[in-house]
Design a protein around this ligand. Structure first.
Ligand SMILES: Nc1ncnc2c1ncn2[C@@H]1O[C@H](COP(=O)(O)OP(=O)(O)OP(=O)(O)O)[C@@H](O)[C@H]1O
Ligand SMILES: [Mg+2]
Length: 312
């Protein structure tokens, strides 16, 4: 299978726990911490691997937290290219409030990257990306990384004959689209932020996605709509998928699983509709777990049957 390379400029060690009620000032007694690897591109690579894809995760690591992250990924046998950095990899902290089922997620900015450090991540792409493969660049940028980091990834990926997918937000997303990408996976929130439009109705959402395709900013727009499902817009193809009916335990990692499912199938040269089906099934499978467990391959296979796709 074609190699999929993911780039995560700002990975994290995800610490999750639960407490009865979140209150200020008083000590909140928590259950034992669970540690999971975190960061958009790392999650995409983990799901791609579970779905049988050939992938490599590229990301910076530093300090004891970075070593712990690397160790967790080694336990999963995830092929990684780690770029050593002087700063300490961040931890993300999430707390499930048992009395209400609400999740509180605390996200730190991440370590400052020196120019040579973020450049080394880009250089890894040139070394490891295979022509005909896919590069997925995903997640927030740490301090020190340039706003056009994802755009630079896109340019380098295309220069070596790879297709490129981006999952980002704000200015780094806008910059990547300016450079041009083969696939973009905005959530509705991210597309609203990008366009400055309310995008309240499907025609408005389609128009925004079509504009990205028409301008050459993205070959395919996979617009994820949370509990409303997703839309997929490419040249000559427009598809809608309502959400797969499953009991939602968590929404953490749903977007990453959606993207991984899409890319896995597209990288094999299969039709867009098949990729969309697997993406929807993977996102639904991610809703079943707790914390950042992401999706299981057996759930993805089973839920593929439950996905309904309509042509628009
Ligand atoms: N509450 C939900 N009910 C059903 N399906 C959901 C729900 N939340 C997410 N999904 C599925 O997961 C996909 C991705 O979710 P979403 O649109 O929230 O993206 P995201 O990248 O996780 O969001 P963001 O980056 O803005 O936090 C959706 O397209 C949908 O298929
Ligand atoms: Mg997302």
């Amino acid at each position: 299978m074609t190699r999929i390379l993911t780039i995560t400029p700002n990975p994290a060690l995800d610490l999750s726990t639960t407490t009865e009620t979140v209150r200020d000032t008083s000590k909140l007694r928590c259950t034992a911490a669970r540690f999971d690897p975190g960061g958009g591109g790392i999650n995409v690579a983990r799901v791609v691997r579970r779905l049988g894809g050939d992938c490599l995760a590229v990301f910076p690591v530093g300090g004891a937290t970075g070593q712990r992250l690397r160790g967790l990924l080694e336990e999963e046998d995830l092929p990684c290219h780690c770029v050593d950095i002087a700063g300490e990899t961040r931890e993300s902290f999430s707390v499930r409030e048992r009395s209400t089922g609400r999740d509180f997620r605390f996200v730190l900015p991440g370590p400052e990257l020196a120019p040579a450090e973020w450049q080394a991540c880009l250089d890894a792409l040139a070394t490891h990306a295979r022509p005909g493969g896919f590069v997925v660049t995903s997640g927030s940028l740490p301090p020190g990384a340039p706003a056009d980091f994802h755009a630079r990834v896109a340019q380098r990926a295309r220069a070596v004959g790879c297709r490129v997918a981006v999952d980002a937000s704000g200015l780094p997303l806008a910059e990547a689209l300016r450079a041009g990408v083969d696939l973009v996976k905005p959530s509705l929130r991210e597309l609203r932020e990008l366009t400055g439009l309310p995008l309240a109705t499907e025609p408005e959402r389609l128009a925004a996605a079509r504009a990205l395709v028409r301008d050459g900013r993205a070959g395919i727009v996979a617009l994820s709509l949370g509990a409303e499902g997703a839309l997929l817009v490419g040249a000559g193809t427009e598809l809608r998928a309502p959400p797969v009916p499953v009991e939602v335990a968590t929404t953490v990692g749903a977007g990453d699983s959606f993207l991984a499912g899409l890319i896995c199938v597209l990288a094999c040269g299969e039709p867009l509709e098949e990729a969309f089906r697997t993406g929807m099934a993977a996102s639904a499978a991610a809703l079943l777990g707790l914390g950042t467990t992401l999706c299981r391959a057996s759930d993805v296979r089973r839920l593929r049957e439950a996905v309904t796709i309509a042509r628009i």
